[in-house]
Design a protein around this ligand. Structure first.
Ligand code: PLP
Ligand code: COI
Length: 340
């Protein structure tokens, strides 16, 4: 393999050596298969292609300074996929099978795990699709679970630096009783126009309000929102956002730092009162927010006047990465050593 330019990787897709697969037929999961084929062969009538019976996950493997490779909170991602499966009437994948397949695919593609110093990571993408050929709108009987990996750089250019966001009122990504709390392709399809609109105007990402009242903060593109004020970590409580594993971890770390955590509805006007704000997620890690513009009201909520991330976001960012890279004691038992 030509040596990859690890330091300049974008958040893209690079084909690696292997993926792992497991099929579901006759009411049960089969054997784990290792494949070097990046393509999936299925019927054009498969339910995933027509009726969106598709679920995915996203997590990362980190090459650490002690030479080990760790993954972060695998069980949380397994649990979220199970919740998504219930939401889309798909068979749940047992946590042990999910974990075994993730470990296997990372080990098989070890040469694609970026070196520690590069700041890049190996992104792990589990994918579950309904494969039964049918045209009636009802759940498939057959499923395929695939896990592939790809080395990635930062989600936003520049990594840990502040970027501007824009409130979208013309597009919703999900409804209060819809699928926003599940990790399914349809939510991302629904976000593409808003994301394109935001990019066209020079913003790094679109910022969603709740779809029903357009009053409360939902999330930012493919990441959760948090605001910091008066030693408090404040993050939205909403049925239409994805329960982020990163956000859950940051809430714990904020508590560990002696902060108060508030998970509640956040009216958009409250943005004015935050000292710092950020987007968080596996891909985004913490992406500090420079400002959020609301074109309808003409308001601009500014969090970083000098373009520098705030002190608490910076502390949380380093604490999270220290745990993920095994540089700090993993007191909450969040990491799994995948390669010793
Ligand atoms: N919100 C959305 C819509 C996402 O796609 C993601 C990414 O997974 C997140 C939030 C962050 O979730 P996590 O921290 O589990 O990656
Ligand atoms: C993640 O943060 O893992 C995501 O899934 C974000 C995006 C690439 C969909």
């Amino acid at each position: 393999m030509k040596e990859l330019d690890w330091k300049n990787l974008s958040f893209g897709y690079i084909q690696t050596d292997y993926n792992v697969r497991c099929a579901y037929h006759d009411g049960k999961w089969g054997e784990i298969e290792i494949s070097s084929d990046p393509n999936i062969n299925m019927s054009m009538a498969a339910t995933c292609l027509h009726y969106g019976q598709e679920a995915f996950e996203g997590l990362k493997a980190y090459r650490c300074p002690d030479g080990k490779v760790r993954m972060f909170r695998i069980e949380e991602n397994a649990a979220r996929l199970q919740s998504t499966c219930r939401g889309l009437v798909m068979p749940e994948l047992p946590t042990e099978l999910f974990t075994e397949m993730l470990k296997k695919v990372v080990r098989l593609n070890e040469r694609f795990i970026p070196p520690y110093e590069s700041g890049a990571t190996l992104y792990v993408r589990p994918l579950l699709i309904g494969t039964t050929a049918q045209v009636g709108v009802h759940p498939a009987k057959d499923y395929l679970f695939v896990v592939f990996v790809t080395p990635v750089g930062p989600y936003f250019k520049g990594g840990f630096s502040t970027t501007p966001y824009v409130v979208t009122r013309d597009y919703d990504r999900s409804a209060p009783l819809g699928t926003g709390c599940y990790k399914v392709g349809g939510n991302y399809a629904a976000s593409l126009r808003a994301n394109q609109w935001a990019h066209e105007q020079g913003y790094s990402c679109e910022f969603y309000l709740d779809a029903k009242e357009k009053k409360y903060i939902d999330e930012c593109g493919a990441a959760n929102f948090f605001g910091i004020k008066e030693n408090k970590y404040v993050t939205p409580l909403s049925t239409s956002i994805l329960p982020s594993v990163t956000n859950k971890s940051l809430m714990q770390l904020a508590e560990d730092l002696g902060m108060t955590v508030e998970r509640r509805q956040i009216p958009i006007e409250e943005l004015e009162t935050f000292e710092e704000a950020g987007a968080c997620g596996t891909a985004a890690v913490i992406s500090p927010i420079e400002r959020i513009d609301d074109p309808e009201t003409g308001k601009s909520y500014v969090f970083a006047k000098d373009g520098k991330p705030g002190p608490i976001s910076t502390r949380l960012y380093h604490k999270l990465l220290d745990i993920q890279y095994g540089r700090e004691a993993d007191v909450h038992g969040w990491t799994t050593v995948v390669i010793d």
